[in-house]
Every structure is written in structure tokens, then in C-alpha cells.
Design a protein around this ligand. Sequence first.
Ligand code: EPU
Length: 369
Amino acid sequence: MNAPEILSDVPLAPRTTLGVGGRARRLTRAALDGLPALVLDAARRGEPLLVLGGGSNLLIADAGHCGLAIELTARGRTTQDEGEHVLVRAEAGHDWDDLVAWACREDLAGIECLSGIPGRVGAAPMQNIGAYGQEVGESLVSVEALHTETGERRLFSVADCELGYRTSRFKHREAGRWLVTAVTLRLLRHGAPALRYAELTRRAHDELGGSPSLGQVRALVLAIRRAKSMVLDPEDADARSAGSFFTNPVVDEAAVDAVRAAARARGIDGPVPAWPTAKGIKLAAGWLIDRAGYPPGWGDGPAGLSSKHALAIVNRGGATARDVVGVATRVRRGVRDAFGVHLIPEPVFVGFEAGPDPSAVLDAAEQDL
Ligand code: EPU
């Protein structure tokens, strides 16, 4: 095997969907067999690692990444029969939506509602991707990963992944320690599509009738996402984003009451969107942002809110990471002032002076407002 070529001083902005941020000091494209040597070499040099998937949940600082960025080139999937289920093992560099499209064509249920999520397979367990009432954790069996300091290869069962709402051990408790190399899912042959999300259920019923196929539900999910500019589309300026910029806050009953009271005081009609979960009550960050005075389209600078969804921050052209952080900081402060709710950013932040914790980055920026 030839050692992978390493490039110096490579712009990262074009490798992210937001399109902001500086350069990587070094960047390489590597298949699985070249990885252990690369990570060990980087560890020896004390160089931070950045694994680039689709760059769709990433905010790179203007200063860039001072270490090695790795683009995983391994693609492909294999299947194994398990009676009524099929085990599907996909390489981390495989395009996520390509995998979903294939599963729907093969009539394999379990990930159909996750259609149109940008990025690579390896990012799916990182933040337990979810949409329209389904999460990858429901069909995940195991994750293969490589230790970024020792090169050790390890198989994590789904229970070991510590999955939660948009989180896992790989994103939080052990952030930066593991590089996901492959993912195995268990999908149900001829299973019915998951229709749990109100808008999806209603439209499936109205537009597709009694028992829609996985492919039909996939098409519907893609249509709903497209209407919110949550599908990558070079022609759509509102899609130059990192998807939802904040997670939906999970709070206690008292906090929901406070939001309701604040909403009434602001003359806001209608119910406050809120869903009970095992960990507390989930509020809609998009609603809070919108009603706090930051509606879709807000902001007159190069970065602002998507004209279709207040939860997505978009690069309208020529934005810097500083502009994006500025918008996020204002919006977060506005929601806190209006409703007493603290929003937590969803994307992974890289290269910021305040460190890797996105909330710390916004705290630091808030001092300068
Ligand atoms: N809303 C507003 N104004 C807005 C946007 C939303 O009032 O500008 C209200 C909506 O009317 C609705 C509520 O907020 O009552 C929730 O909005 P939506 O149904 O669009 O879903 P979301 O909670 O904003 C989440 C995920 C998305 C996922 C969708 C569909 C998070 C942080 N976001 O969005 O995931 O696609 O549900 O399931 O959980 C992502 O994580 O990047 C992502 C796009």
C-alpha cells in the first residue's frame, strides 16, 4: 500500500455545507487500511485530528484547523441475511442518503424517514441522526471505530454507543477519541414505513392512501425537507447551512410553564409546541427563535436565518465563521431573554479559540456583543 498523499494548507470551507471557515494545516484522503498509521503519526506529532464526512454538521473557525484533516474514502456496503431482518454493514465514507435510497428500493424498513439527511454513514451514530419520528439508533446494531491516539480498533454494540437525542459517546463523553470506520444496521424486510410525525402521517394518508411503500414515504420526506431547504441543493441559497443550528431544548414542566407565560405576555396566540420525552419536555427551538423576534429570513448581513426555517443559519454569500457565530449568539441571547430557555448548538465546532464546546464559543462571542 502506498502512503496516502498529504496536502498542506487546504481550504475547508468548500468541504462544508455552510461554506465558511479557514484552512486545514494538512489534509489527506484515506481508505481504512491507511488510517491506523495516519492517526498514530498525527498523535505522535501532537496534531489534532478532524474527520471530514459530508461537512454538513460542521462549523469551522476562520482560523481553520491547525492539525490533520482526514477525508474517508471507504465506500460500499455488504449484507447478511437474518431471517426477516437483513444486517447491512456500510463503510463510514458511504453517502448516507445513497444507503437510505438503496434500502427503500430493496424494501428494507428502518431508515426511510432519514431520507435526504446530508453527510456520510460514519456521522450517523455520532449524533444519532433523526428526523420525522425516526432515529438511526432504532436500527443500529454496532459501530466499528478506531482510537485516535492508539490506533486500536474496536466494535461498539449499540448499547455501548450511549445514544441520546442528537448525541452519543463519540460526540460528547469521548469527543475526538474515536473515528467511526463502519456501521451495521438491522433492517426489516418488507417492513411498513414509520409514520409517526404528524405532518408526515397526515400527508401520507392524504396523498398516498392506505399502505404507502417505503419508496413513497421516502419521496414524501424529501418533499417536506426540500420545502424547508433541508436538502442540499446548490441552486437553493437557503440550503447553504448546517441544518438545524440548535438542538430542541429538553426542559422541565416549570420551564414550559414559564415559556407559556412569556408567550402570553408577548401576545403570542396558539399553543406552545411541546412534546413529552423520557428525559423531559422537548420544546421546538425553531418556534422559540421565531417567536423571540428572529423569524425566518432574519438578519441583514452575509449570515442570517434561512427564509424557510428559523432554526437554520445560512451563509448568504461571503459569510465568515465569525458572522455565523454572531448570528447564533444574538439568537441564543434573544431566546434566553424572551423565554428563559438556553439553546445549545447542534453542529460540531472546530478550531475556535474558546475550545471545542460550542456553548463556550458563543459565551465568548456574547462578551463582544
Ligand atoms: N417553527 C416555527 N418557526 C420556524 C421553524 C419552526 O414556528 O421558523 C415551529 C414549527 O411550526 C413546528 C416546530 O417549530 O411547530 C418544529 O419545527 P419542525 O417540525 O420543522 O422541526 P424541528 O424541531 O425544527 C427537527 C430536527 C430536524 C428534523 C425535523 C423533522 C432537531 C434540532 N431538528 O426540526 O433535524 O429534520 O425535526 O423531524 O431536532 C437537523 O438535526 O439538522 C435537522 C434538520
